[in-house]
Design a binder for this molecule. Structure first.
Ligand code: 5GP
Length: 195
């Protein structure tokens, strides 16, 4: 990848629950190893198949609080009123200083914090083709029970309304296309696309 304007070195991917942010990020990881993807810390337990240090750094609540107190996180949030999630600051700053394109896949609250503290970041909103499709995906992945699913759908409705806060929108109709559109953001140096 040739040298690009610095404003698109950091891309933040956010969007409602179950829209497929994780799947799109996995596609980027597999097909574009030149893009570094931040590994978040979280206090939620690992799901089957998740590897500590790869999908997340799974840490205890007091360790998370210590990181917050030390200003070790670029942003953090309590997601779905349950666990805490945060982006370790040092690895992001190191990659940016070295000119490595960096991607953060985080929730809306975290995205707002990054926008405030790092205005050079390009904010990308991933949205589903429709709310019904989002519902189908949440049911289909089967990682949440009915109550948790209802809670996440309520959150998703609010989150969908946040699209206008973002620079660019990608509709996640299929993963491969969304992945390529996301990668193009690093190349094009796109800034404000949403009106
Ligand atoms: P899950 O528990 O399903 O892996 O993730 C739940 C939500 O937490 C997703 O919306 C994901 O984008 C968000 N998330 C993951 N890592 C971070 C992070 O470091 N910071 C913030 N604010 N949200 C995160």
């Amino acid at each position: 990848m040739p040298d690009q304007p610095s404003r698109s070195r950091l891309v933040v991917l956010a969007g409602p629950t179950a829209v497929g942010k994780g799947t799109v990020a996995t596609c980027v990881r597999e097909q574009h190893p030149d893009i570094w993807i931040s590994v978040s810390v979280t206090t939620r337990p690992a799901r089957p198949g998740e590897i500590d240090g790869v999908h997340y750094h799974f840490i205890a609540d007091d360790e998370f609080d210590r990181l917050v107190a030390e200003d070790g996180l670029l942003e953090w949030a309590v997601v779905h009123s349950a666990a805490k999630y945060g982006t370790p600051r040092a690895p992001v700053e190191e990659r940016l200083a070295a000119g490595v394109p960096a991607l953060l896949e985080i929730d809306l609250q975290g995205a707002r914090q990054v926008r405030a503290t790092m205005p050079e970041a390009l904010m990308c909103f991933l949205k589903p083709p429709s709310f019904e499709e989002l519902e189908r995906r949440l049911v289909g992945r089967g990682t949440e029970g009915p109550e948790e699913r209802e809670r996440r759908l309520r959150t998703a409705r609010t989150e969908l309304a946040a699209e206008a806060e973002f620079d660019v929108t990608i509709v996640n109709t299929d993963v491969e296309t969304a992945c390529e559109e996301l990668v193009d953001l690093f190349r094009s140096g796109t800034s404000r696309v949403n009106s």
